[in-house]
Design a protein around this ligand. Structure first.
Ligand code: PDD
Length: 276
């Protein structure tokens, strides 16, 4: 597999990451995941805008986004599958372990690769998935797409151990987002999702789905909602780069519906059309 590593595309076997890398030592870095459909990146520019914001959010300077874009294009030329996902990670570079930032001449570590993504089984699309709710004990800068994802990993694992697909975070009684996706519901005639605050990652798919819903004249409400609201919703779904639009049909063991919602499926279809 080809990997972009600090300015060069090389074989994955040639990549060596130091144990002094700040990503390894402190989770001191940020990342992006971009979906590839039929040989092109979906919403590349928006991902780069969010990347720049994340880099600013952790005061990481000296990253050339134009060079990253060129590197990504090189990787894409080598990728022959129909669908894939590019993973991009940038850390604060390599320096002997010490909490303060390294000197400014230490370059960031930049890595990218593309792997194929497998579409969800049709059964999951048709009948939806189950989620659990968990306390959102993450930090207050969730809008930064940092590689420090331990709370997300623990919550996802908890869900899997309970036989569920994902966990939905709840902060102060309100639903924030899932472990790697945003959460929407359809209730009382509105498509509703949490507004963008420090406590959610502003998903690119969330943004695109809201645009599509607007085009389809589906009324939208950007307001926080509670777990009780979710339990009385007509539909619930998740959105994300690899999740796309994924219907949710049970929450904490309570059945919302016996099959996926109509609006979720319409939005998924429209998203796929827009992406292809
Ligand atoms: N996750 N919320 C969280 C916490 C996320 O990690 C993600 C994406 C999203 C959805 O954002 P977007 O639509 O831009 O992908 C929301 C990526 C895909 C991941 O960690 O693999």
């Amino acid at each position: 597999m080809k990997v972009y590593f600090n300015g060069h595309v090389m074989d994955d076997q040639e990549v060596h990451i130091s144990f002094d890398d700040r990503g390894f030592l402190f989770a001191d870095g940020v990342y992006e995941v971009v979906h590839i459909y039929s040989g092109h990146f979906f919403e590349w520019d928006r991902h780069m805008v969010r990347l720049a914001r994340s880099l600013k959010g952790i005061d990481l300077e000296g990253v050339n986004i134009a060079a990253i874009t060129e590197g990504a294009k090189q990787l894409l030329q080598d990728f022959k599958e129909e669908e894939g996902a590019l993973y991009l990670e940038i850390t604060r570079g390599v320096y002997p372990r010490s909490h303060p930032f390294p000197p400014s001449d230490v370059p960031p570590t930049i890595l990218m690769w593309i792997r194929p993504v497998n579409p969800f089984p049709q059964e999951m699309i048709d009948h939806g998935v189950g989620v659990i709710t968990v306390a959102d004990d993450r930090w207050a800068k969730v809008w930064i797409k940092t590689i420090g994802l331990l709370p997300n990993v623990l919550a996802k694992e908890k869900a899997h151990k309970m036989g569920m697909f994902d966990a939905v975070f709840v902060r102060d009684g309100m639903v924030t987002e899932a472990t790697s996706a945003n959460v929407f519901m359809v209730r009382q005639g509105y498509l509703q999702t949490a507004p963008v605050t420090n406590y959610i990652l502003p998903g690119i798919t969330r943004e695109v789905v809201l645009e599509i819903a607007d085009e389809l004249r589906i009324p939208i409400k950007l307001e926080p909602f509670s777990v009780d609201d979710m339990l009385s919703a007509d539909e619930i779904f998740l959105t994300g780069t690899t999740t796309e639009v994924l219907p949710v049909t049970s929450v904490d063991g309570h059945t919302i519906s016996d099959k996926s919602g109509e609006i979720a499926l319409r939005l998924l279809k429209a998203l796929k059309e827009r992406a292809s």
